[in-house]
Design a binder for this molecule. Structure first.
Ligand code: ATP
Ligand code: MG
Length: 346
């Protein structure tokens, strides 16, 4: 409303200026007419010249007005959009007025600046993503290459050959895990995967997830501890499986043999609260700030398998399902991941 008033005021000033010029000219012409007794033909010429002069003055006023209010901001916008279109996302349009006095051009400029900033952010994320993926692909690929070459040697004894074969299997598993996680994350981010809601018994799901990791826990001598209340939520079982599997795989991976892995679920104030805990190496405050970032791996995980995509997937899924995730941890004592899901139904 204020904006409309301001532009009306601009037109009113233009109108009053032109009216004043015409009035003064008519008054001058009238004064000359009454004072002049000679040839009226000369008066007609004076009138024509006056009209031409007035038209010229109005044209100049309009040209100056157009230059300031239309052409200059349009040129600024054109110049910046050409740069952005050719890939220079650092280009910005100058915004002429303070925010409280924005006109339409300032709004367009502001929106273009926001788009350019977003494009530049996306470009950085995209480049980081490509360099991270290439880096993560390189390690298992070079392992595959050197062990596949070594296994062909004829002088190898059976035991060494078996060991090399195991290394090749584990490197290819790592590669396929990486590609699966990238594809899943990509689909979730592009909203190609949307949740299919249905009733899900969390206690049953968690028990099944634990069963899938039974062998790994046995191998490492880890002791599972369960406290599973019967809790049902309306959610997507496939999405939730990603969450439990990644949290459990981390708990097992980062816990030394003889440690404990705890899984619990209970209903609290209309929410389902799932806790997955371990007595492993724990997470420092600095690591804790980045664990949900793509490809981030803490200082304790360099000797471990993985690509740092698990928790990014978990976070994305929880966001899509409208839940919350938090972590409590103490270095050297262990970690507890707490997931809260809304819509607990009895
Ligand atoms: N239970 C845990 N105990 C200690 N550190 C953990 C735990 N869970 C996660 N972390 C830390 O958070 C980092 C990120 O975890 P995330 O699951 O995203 O990656 P990852 O397990 O290293 O690899 P991936 O999940 O791709 O196999 C880990 O590298 C580790 O440093
Ligand atoms: Mg993980």
């Amino acid at each position: 409303m204020k904006k409309r008033f301001l532009s009306l005021a601009g037109y009113a000033v233009l109108f009053v200026t032109i009216a004043a010029i015409i009035t003064v000219a008519i008054m001058v012409f009238d004064a000359v007419n009454s004072a002049y007794d000679g040839n009226k033909g000369v008066l007609s010429v004076v009138m024509l010249v006056t009209i031409a002069f007035l038209a010229l003055v109005c044209t100049v006023i309009d040209a100056v007005r157009r230059k300031i209010t239309v052409e200059r901001p349009t040129e600024r916008i054109l110049e910046a959009t050409q740069k952005i279109a050719s890939g220079d996302f650092t280009a910005r349009v100058f915004v002429a007025h303070p925010y409280s006095r924005y006109d339409e051009y300032d709004r367009i400029a502001d929106n273009i600046n926001k788009m350019a900033a977003e494009l530049s952010r996306t470009e950085v994320v995209h480049n980081d993503f490509i360099s991270n993926v290439s880096h993560e692909l390189k390690t298992p690929l070079s392992v595959l290459q050197s062990y596949a070459a070594a296994i062909q040697r004829e002088d190898l004894d059976a035991e060494t050959r078996r060991h090399y074969a195991q290394v090749i299997v584990s490197a290819s598993k790592r590669l396929s895990g990486l590609v699966t996680n990238i594809l899943k994350l990509n689909k979730l981010e592009n909203q190609e995967l949307s949740p299919q809601y249905g009733k899900v018994r969390l206690d049953e799901m968690l028990a099944q997830s634990l069963l899938r990791f039974e062998e790994k826990m046995d191998e490492k001598g880890l002791i599972p501890e369960c406290d599973l209340e019967e809790v049902t939520v309306v959610s997507d079982a496939d999405f939730l499986e990603i969450v439990w599997d990644n949290l459990l795989s981390n708990a097992i991976k980062f816990t030394e043999s003889g440690g404990k892995i705890g899984v619990s679920v209970r209903a609290e104030r209309g929410q389902a609260v799932v806790k997955i805990s371990d007595t492993g190496c724990g997470i420092s405050a600095e690591t804790g700030r980045h664990i949900f970032d793509k490809f981030y791996q803490g200082e304790t995980s360099h000797a471990q398998e993985g690509n740092g995509l698990g928790l990014s997937l978990v976070k994305k899924v929880i966001d899509i399902l409208g839940g919350e995730i938090a972590v409590e941890s103490e270095v050297g004592k262990g970690s507890t991941f707490i997931v809260k899901l809304k819509g607990e139904s009895a």
